[in-house]
Design a protein. Structure first.
Length: 348
């Protein structure tokens, strides 16, 4: 805030409010003063009075609605001149309302200030990610062990069982709608589960994750039902090698585009560059997709403590596709792998 010449920041994104205060309710805003806590304030409505007393005991509380308007008025009363706001979250109509509330306060666009902090995880955050990854690992292991991946089942049946098993292992819910894609559907990067039936000889691609203490895990594994064909083995080994190259490139100071290139160049040299249609990975934490972005269009460098995915894929339209994805934490020595399920091709 000081670098941006702001007197205070109005935080209205609920995940950013949670990150800064620990509050988990569905309505809140936060006024953070640059010079200290005296002018800072937390606002929610009467439904969360008791909860906010417990979760946000160290800030002045305002019980009012709408919270953003209330805190802009509080900023005006405190003599705050330059108030940053999360312009990447506030609508045009919302900005008009805020500006009309306190004409003496200059509203200054300040996108991404909290997200920049969120990129680097502390030990508590990494532990939550570790637990979320463990829930996903154990759910997939159980699914395979108990015959959940077999010809005759539908994609939807597999997805529902996978999500139920993650709940059994401590997840509050899935990180996102699980992807289960069989046969030709596995060549669709973000396929949604259907009544398509798993068949002998199919690739089955599963992209899923668990939510623990607000933090998301993300993992993709691709298996084969029955004996793998030569073309399936070839594609799988290519993606596996690319994924290993991408993981090896994760180090503090590495540019995100260089990490993407470490995996992408290998796939392009094999003649499948046009079949790798998305970025290599993304940050993961309170959101399933957050900064940084590992892609040809990404910007910035990695720092120790960032949690990211590495997920190259090769998708052969009409035949099938492979994606292999892990969640990792960038470390000074080598990245810490949080998703521990084997990446050796599993043939069920």
């Amino acid at each position: 805030m000081q670098a941006a010449d702001l007197d205070a920041l109005l935080v209205t994104d609920l995940l950013n409010v949670r990150y800064l205060t620990g509050f988990t309710g569905s309505n809140a805003a936060l006024l953070v003063a640059a010079d200290g806590e005296e002018e800072s304030a937390f606002c929610t409505d009467g439904r969360y009075d008791t909860q906010s007393q417990r979760q946000v005991p160290d800030l002045r509380r305002v019980i009012d609605r709408p919270c953003d308007v209330a805190l802009v008025a509080a900023a005006a009363d405190a003599g705050i001149a330059r108030l940053g706001f999360e312009s990447h979250r506030v609508t045009v109509d919302g900005h008009t309302l805020l500006a009309s509330t306190a004409p003496g306060v200059e509203l200054v666009r300040a996108p991404g200030l909290v997200e920049a902090l969120r990129m680097v995880k502390d030990d508590t955050e990494v532990e939550a990610l570790r637990m979320a990854c463990a829930a996903a690992d154990r759910a997939l292991a159980d699914l395979i062990e108990h015959g959940g991946l077999r010809p005759g089942r539908t994609e939807r049946e597999v997805a529902r069982e996978l999500e139920a098993r993650m709940l059994d292992y401590g997840a509050a819910g899935p990180s996102f709608e699980s992807i289960v894609a069989t046969g030709a559907n596995s060549a669709v990067p973000h396929h949604r589960p259907t009544t398509a039936v798993l068949r002998h000889g199919d690739f089955v691609k599963m992209d899923f994750g668990a939510l623990v203490d607000g933090y998301h895990s993300d993992m993709t594994r691709t298996i084969v039902l029955g004996e793998a064909a030569d073309w399936q083995l070839e594609v799988y080994q290519l993606v596996l090698a690319a994924q290993a190259a991408g993981r090896a490139a994760l180090r503090p100071g590495a540019h995100v585009r260089d990490v993407d290139a470490a995996a992408r160049d290998l796939i392009e040299r094999a003649g499948h560059g046009d079949d790798f249609v998305h970025g290599l990975g993304h940050g993961v934490g309170l959101e399933i997709h957050e900064a940084p972005t590992l892609s040809r269009l990404g910007d910035g460098k990695l720092s120790a403590g960032m949690a990211v995915t590495v997920e190259p894929g090769v998708y052969l339209v009409g035949r099938g596709g492979v994606r292999i994805e892990d969640t990792l934490v960038v470390r000074d020595a080598e990245p810490e792998l949080l998703t521990l399920t084997t990446k050796t091709l599993v043939v069920v």
